[in-house]
Design a protein around this ligand. Sequence first.
Ligand code: ADP
Ligand code: MG
Length: 705
Amino acid sequence: MSTPLDYYLTELHTLTSVGSRRKNFYKKLVGNRFIDLLWHLPSNLSFRKLISHIHEAPENALVTFEATVELHQPGLRKRSPYRIWMRDNKNNRFEVLFFNAYDRFLQRVAPEGRKIAVSGQLKCDRTIDVNRYHISHPDFMGPLDEIGKWIGAERVYGLTAGLTRAMVVSVIDQVLKSARDMPEWIPDEQISDGNFPPFLKALKQVHRPHTYENLSFTDPARQRLIFDEFLAYHLGMAISHRRLKPQALSVNQYIPKLAKQLEALLPFTLTNAQISAIAELRSDIQKGQQMVRLLQGDVGSGKTLVAVMAALDVADTGQQTALLVPTEILSRQHATKIGEMLEPLGLKVALLTGREKGKIREGVIETIRSGTATIVVGTHALLEESVEFKNLGLVVIDEQHRFGVEQRLALAKKSSTAHILSMTATPIPRTLVLANHGDMDVSILNEKPQGRKIIQTKVISVDRLLDVVEQVKIIMGKGRQVYWVCPLIEESEKSDFAAAIARHEMLKEIFGEKVELMHGRMKGPEKDAAMQRFISGEATLLVSTTVIEVGVDVPQATVMVIEHAQRFGLAQLHQLRGRVGRNDIQSFCLLLYGQPLSFQARKRLETMRDCHDGFKIAEEDLRLRGGGEIIGTKQSGVPKFRLCDLVQEDPADATLLEGLFAKAHSMANEALKNDPDLSSEQGLALRQLLILSEYDNAQLLKKSG
Ligand code: ADP
Ligand code: MG
């Protein structure tokens, strides 16, 4: 016998009203399965009014009324409509129009002389002396005794070409009619706490809204379904991030040696935030339990050093660290800087990117395999199977938002017991941390090294380009260095670097050989050489595309010019600005904008000018994007849900959803804690939820499916 679950998983095309003809329309709209359609919630209500005659109808409103069929007038030519003339109860005449209709069907439901019910949008063409009323393609035309079905509130669904509201409504109702309830996966307490109806009842209620209240997030039925989706999401995340067995390493309160040595050698003192973060990481490592931690700190807060300290703690126990970074330039820079730090300690750093090939690559891989390399820095080249570690103890993922979940997991797989430290400068609100990482500990660097000044930020029209060049000239005269960023020109990577090349040409005319160029189309060694000339101070102005966006650290640079700043998202602007202000000299960021400048873009630039706190900027970013703008979505990685959008403009809605989201998170954790294999009665119900919501690809179901 088929179970309720089987029913919800049934493919829509098995219904004759869908069939192979409409299957693809439904697929595009919602998906293949019954449950996909049932999770397609009504988006609005419209009201259909019963009127006694057509002059009572508000303009363009949906109305239902009685009418008498007077005359059929089939279209004369192929494209001309089929007309039916009718009169309302006050003898007012109007016409009903059909394009591509079956004549015989029309003659059957509306024979001449019969009184029938009609429902649809009544329109009026006003000519000089008469008003002509018509309805084209009425929603209903049929027996008088069905008129009651066409009065009152009715739900509106998002549609796609090929499907009408009536089709979708009837398929949803058909599917709901034979559905049975699922076993309950939410514990009684939360059910009564949230006033949640059971699953099937909730589905039925959301598809029968009577008031706008029924459509809002405050509706318990809608809340329940949203909660289900959040719950499935958190369960899936928690299962795929599940901490593995505690590490076989039993270092009881060892005294950190290497980290202390490095600290003594540093030319500066650690910030308090760094000290506490290092202590948090150390305590994780000493516990002999796998660490899964996110290190969040604004640009320039000194995350790299914290990671190096943790790597040294791990090295004390004879283990290696892998540092995964998103770009080639950044991996080279990290390898050099960390190499310099570790040299006095007698430790080796290896570098592996797509560029190391042949013999060199073999050599690097060998130092990793033999354990000679204590820290291995690299791009995604590190993920390749041929890269084996002798004894991987810690995985650090820098600028983690640049990596997909698969990549993060691939690296973690190199050792099932390695600690995992993700680092990000893009501050992520707590909810989103949860959303993206499941249950992860968080350390925060909320402080910058001493003496750092606020970066003075100016918003300037591109018309004043020559003034900007003058200012840059003065600053360069004082021996300071300047970044000059040319952005992506929409849709065309080609013109992206073309803009940088052109600007480089122009600035070279003015400043001569001091100007360097770097863009994504240059070969690796060329990029290195350009970067090297800038780092060494030989070049004092670096024109580049956004290749310098993340991580690049040249402390002597104090000016950041960004052209067409209006095209960037806030997160990206903040990252770019973070390339300067890395010493105690006053730094500047000049945001050049061109037209057209949208309202949103203007807001972004003003936010940048007035705000220097990465967390506030991230919040503002989310708020501004609430209006549907997608710039930067990838950066903050808001997960997509079917039943709601986590980013809401209305603060009340946002708070409500965040509350549900957090509740679902704790329930998911609780459930897994009590029943790790999901084998209890509730656990089995939760498995069904995972299958329904397609979060079942986690290891879990493989294990004991
Ligand atoms: P981010 O957090 O953006 O990755 P980095 O790790 O690149 O920042 O550090 C920014 C700069 O600050 C580097 O040049 C680094 O050497 C320096 N730095 C790190 N910690 C301190 C400190 N406590 N005092 C002074 N400078 C520091
Ligand atoms: Mg960094």
